[in-house]
Design a protein around this ligand. Structure first.
Ligand code: NAD
Length: 260
């Protein structure tokens, strides 16, 4: 489906981003992985994806909080592959704390990685997409792009920002063959969620089991975690030609959470 195309997925050494990278590679795209982690494990992953799907796979360790590193990563990818045809802005971090105790450095880091990084990758990817008259941008937002939760002020602000950014850029690029959409997962059991369970327990004064039952899954009428594979399949569909008329959409995939 994506043979001859190149995907760049930020934050793809773990969780949802890795699932998206696997799915796009399985459908024939060359892939630029990005994210942190153990060098040997990342190399093993790079090799596995490349061999399994007969595509080129690179890893770039650019820090998405650093605009000059993003610029270098995008420049390298476009020089090597001609364009980033499928851009998936997925890298994200979370911090859970009451607003009056929220660490100032965490506020700026969350805005930089979860929101501003997408501005940089998009502004740098779009010229080559325009030259080809084709491109797909998928921003991994969150149910928190649509509704809020307590103690997540920076994350909710950043993800609402992603929704607005998605719509604005979609309008700008609508006649250029480039679609721009956001997917809004509910809770997916990845390291990002696993790490916030103890913090949420502390902030709310409840046990970790109660956080899973009464905070996380309580928000989702299905009472099930969303899976990485489901988010990856939706993202791959948005990247397909069948999705050419879907742009500027902010699509929930959250077990009914925001229908309430
Ligand atoms: P994760 O912690 O498993 O993975 C995050 C990835 O981002 C990793 O590859 C990590 O190395 C990378 N990363 C973190 N900081 C980075 C930086 N400064 N520069 C480059 N890479 C960086 O998290 P996840 O749950 O897979 O989350 C992925 C995205 O999905 C995030 O944007 C998150 O907000 C969003 N999301 C997650 C959930 C969920 O329940 N897990 C729900 C809704 C939205």
């Amino acid at each position: 489906m994506f043979i001859g195309k190149t995907a760049l997925v930020t934050g793809s050494t773990s969780g949802i981003g890795l699932g998206i990278a696997r799915t796009l590679a399985a459908r024939g795209a060359n892939v630029v992985l990005n994210g942190f982690g153990d060098g040997r494990e990342i190399e093993r992953l790079r090799h596995e994806l490349s061999e399994m799907h007969d595509v080129q796979v690179r890893h770039d360790g650019a820090d998405m909080s650093q605009p000059e590193q993003i610029e270098r990563m995008m420049g390298t990818a476009i020089a090597e592959f001609g364009a980033v045809d499928l851009l998936v802005n997925n890298a994200g971090i979370q911090h859970v704390a009451p607003v009056d105790e929220f660490p100032v450095d965490k506020w700026y880091a969350i805005l930089a990685i979860n929101l501003s990084a997408s501005f940089h990758t998009v502004r740098l990817a779009v010229p080559a997409m325009k030259r080809k008259g084709w491109g797909r941008i998928v921003n991994v937002a969150s149910a928190h792009a649509l509704v809020a939760s307590k103690y997540k002020s920076a994350y909710v602000a950043a993800k609402h920002g992603v929704a607005g950014f998605t719509k604005a850029v979609a309008l700008e690029l609508a006649e250029a063959g480039i679609t721009v959409n956001a997917v809004c997962p509910g809770y997916v059991l990845t390291p990002l969620v696993e790490q916030q369970i103890p913090d949420t327990a502390r902030a709310r004064g409840i046990t970790e089991q109660e956080v899973i039952r009464d905070v996380l899954l309580a928000a989702q009428p299905t009472r099930q975690f969303v899976t990485v594979e489901q988010v990856a399949a939706l993202t791959a569909f948005l990247c397909s030609d069948d999705a050419a008329s879907i742009t500027g959409a902010v699509l929930p995939i959250e077990g009914g959470w925001t229908a309430q």
